[in-house]
Design a protein around this ligand. Structure first.
Ligand SMILES: Nc1nc2c(ncn2[C@@H]2O[C@H](COP(=O)(O)OP(=O)(O)O)[C@@H](O)[C@H]2O)c(=O)[nH]1
Ligand SMILES: [Mg+2]
Length: 291
């Protein structure tokens, strides 16, 4: 029996959360077209006859000195150090650039336990050769896999490779688990995903969701949830609420719809939008949100 903690690392939008969801067969980590969506270490659990892999999704590795991003980067480094295996995902649809090279340098010291996934092959091979060449300079014996987290191509092979590297060990979680996240966190994340999908430019990064009240009713058939979406400015609140409250209503409706698939009980949401100026500069709040 094998068991390992696998840290998924890569630039923003390389497909880390998509990979995790495909492997777990369910949405464990939210996915949007907006880079820098993942703010936490989200664990997804994969069980098979060979053993158990606990994948840890991380925020995208992004070069930036903004306080918010420094918190995210700190979290990535901490997760890397605590893992048995590193799964490094590279986006094949974009040229590698400076950020990718910095990341490769950083991963040098993890080369013994590194598996590399060249993701989004379904979008074409434009950068495949350039990226391969660059990897082979830094990691001459790289364990390379060409994959698609969208179609599932190459995923059985990469899982096999990860098991090959995994140490012998007992399962860390019961077999029926596919994530270790509390319902409250998962509900807040689904709401955040819908809010991000419905807004653009600076709004997605300026919002966070805080649930203040969860109450089980109807003999465990209905969970009633009250909470807030916080933004930084009045103008952003206006965008999220929409004309006659249409947008926030849609966000709530779509969230409730998706939550049906994730929980065995119905979830009713009562969500208001509130302004909290400059929350992204508040260290204590960042520590709570980015963990
Ligand atoms: N075509 C294609 N799109 C993908 C693939 N993997 C991820 N994406 C898309 O890339 C975007 C970012 O994905 P996400 O998983 O959130 O990336 P993360 O920031 O690394 O977690 C989303 O729009 C995904 O649907 C893939 O294999 N093929
Ligand atoms: Mg992500």
């Amino acid at each position: 029996m094998k068991s390992a903690c696998v840290c998924i690392i890569g630039r923003p939008s390389s497909g880390k959360s998509s990979f995790l969801n495909y492997i777990c067969g369910r949405k464990v980590s939210i996915v949007t077209p907006v880079p820098q969506t993942t703010r936490n270490r989200v664990r997804g659990i994969y069980n098979s006859k060979a053993g158990q892999l606990v994948f840890i999704d991380t925020p995208g590795f992004h070069l930036s000195e903004i306080k918010f991003n420094l918190h995210l980067k700190g979290l990535v480094l901490k997760t890397l150090r605590g893992s048995d295996i590193v799964l490094y995902l590279i986006d094949l649809s974009r040229p590698p650039g400076k950020e990718e090279l910095t990341l490769m340098e950083l991963l040098k010291s993890f080369r013994e336990n590194l598996v590399i996934g060249l993701n989004k092959i379904d979008m074409g091979e434009n950068y495949l050769e350039i990226i391969k060449r660059q990897i082979l300079i830094i990691f001459p014996e790289a364990r390379l896999h060409i994959i698609s987290a969208l179609t599932g191509k190459g995923l059985p092979e990469i899982i096999k490779e990860i098991f090959y590297l995994a140490p012998e060990g007992e399962k860390l979680y019961p077999e029926e688990y596919y994530t270790d996240q509390a319902p409250e966190f998962r509900i807040a994340e689904i709401i955040r995903e819908k809010a991000i999908i419905h807004t653009r430019s600076e709004v997605p990064h300026s919002l966070y969701v805080d649930l203040c009240d969860l109450e089980m009713k109807d003999q465990d058939r209905l969970l009633w949830v009250r909470g807030f979406i916080y933004v930084e400015r009045e103008s952003q609140k206006g965008i999220l609420v929409g004309k006659n409250g249409v947008k926030i209503k849609n966000i709530v409706r779509e969230s409730e719809e998706e939550l049906k698939d994730l929980f065995p009980y119905t979830i009713k949401l009562d969500i208001r939008v509130k302004v909290k100026p400059k929350w992204r500069k508040n260290d204590n709040l960042l520590k709570k949100l980015i963990s």
